[in-house]
Design a protein around this ligand. Sequence first.
Ligand code: CO
Length: 242
Amino acid sequence: MCDIWFNNLLLYPRNLGISEITLFKEITIKRMENEFSAIFEKNREWAKRMVTKDPEFFQRLADQQKPQFLWIGCSDSRVPSNQITGMDPGELFVHRNIANMVHHSDFNVLSVLQYSVDALKVRHIIVCGHYSCGGVKASLEMTDHGLVDNWIRPIKQVYEEHLEDFEGLSESEVVNKLCEWNVREQVRNVGRSTIVQKAWRRGQPLSVHGVIYSVKDGKLKDMGCSISDPAQLPSIYHIRQE
Ligand code: CO
């Protein structure tokens, strides 16, 4: 009964009186509280399931993390890194941002990269893009999206560099093709970074991979653009002296 009344308020918000607005706000706040507290219920169930499966699980993890992989993915809620790779906590070090970008002036991604390479000594860095990426789609538009336009600006450049590859494609095919090119570009950006270049210089085994995820079928595809040696990038990026 309450729900029907609430939904009617959402349909006709302009006809509300002061007392109805107060009630509307109270119901909304209550609903939001419930949404938030549901997280803790789900968390308790999850922790219980994990312990049932492996009683020592959390105790082992509490001592230290030793992930082999760094994941650089999109913030998109449909691309949850651990779930789609079937990895447990402790197996994947994760950085996510809009359109899985690697900017050389972004202290966030650089700090994650440095810690995972220098301290955790991960052996693989995975850049994961996904088809129908909203960030990539937005980069193709001439609309003003605000601040985020600066973040996704380099994708326009990727588009410009591969213009001939988009000829004759439909709008959604262009987006998806650009998602793929963006993954390849961000893989190279990881390789171009001083952090990865220095790791390679000291002989640390480290591979950078590009993968793409389909939100339509849950499948992950290797883009076949892995790099694990400085020779795979122009020498201008190499760091020779200690
Ligand atoms: Co995305």
